[in-house]
Design a protein around this ligand. Sequence first.
Ligand SMILES: C[S@@+](CC[C@H](N)C(=O)[O-])C[C@H]1O[C@@H](n2cnc3c(N)ncnc32)[C@H](O)[C@@H]1O
Length: 280
Amino acid sequence: MPVNNENCSGLYLDLMKRCLTNTIYYEHECVSSAPWNIKVKRFFFQRLLAPLLRENNPEIMNRRHQDEDRRVSGKDWPPVAHTMIGLKRLDNIQYCVEQIIKNNVPGDLIETGVWRGGATIFMRAVLKAYAVSDRKVFVADSFAGLPRPDEVRYPQDKGVDLYKYKNLAVSLELVKQNFEKYGLLDEQVCFLKGWFKETLPNAPIEKLAVLRLDGDLYESTMDALKSLYHKLSTGGFLIVDDYGAVESCKAAVNDFRKERSIREEIIPIDWVGVYWQKAR
Ligand SMILES: C[S@@+](CC[C@H](N)C(=O)[O-])C[C@H]1O[C@@H](n2cnc3c(N)ncnc32)[C@H](O)[C@@H]1O
């Protein structure tokens, strides 16, 4: 049966997207990654002052709406939501997975760079919605944040200091718990823990139908492409989360395409994400 917004599976996937981005309880979100003194200030602001201001100052409400737009379009690092990729990029995952199911494109699904796991949780949810039990979702991450740039081998990563951000380091245990929260932690989900250069070349993956890259760096993007692109089936999808926003990621994709003479059209998803369908 086709899944659409009128039947249970379609409604389930729609609700999953709202939960994974926490757009559903957005107005109750508290920022929690700040030092305690800022947290205390925020507590007083959010609990005591903001409600008063909100009543008397509609501008505050407008600002909240603008922030919500940022969440919907995947422009912030959410304090509690399980993904930072926004609704359009989740829609794109749904589209790609639906296409490979409909067209019987062989292979599993992977995301390289999962943070709290949201995009991979959603991949598993789409398989569930279509009762697909013969495909796996691979969840690849250091589960310890980004590596320090190797500026000698990858000068394109020079100055990218994302490794300093502790809130990009989410443990394997926490990601498993997040899958569990949605009832989606099962034998169809496989975790690949470690740096991509170590885990991806010998990953127990035969074929892929969806390959999603979200590792930000030139090194992380190139390591994933070199280890996995040849496993992507014809008709399968390559998705790049950061192409429009992170220059080093874009450079890696462009270099790889040039090196392998990849000519498939790059299709934009939103302000940052792109994808293409492998034609041969
Ligand atoms: C921007 S976050 C991913 C966001 C996620 N896709 C989502 O749905 O919100 C980038 C992730 O890539 C991981 N990462 C980046 N480079 C890596 C590498 N070379 N090896 C392993 N993990 C890496 C980081 O640990 C981090 O979890």
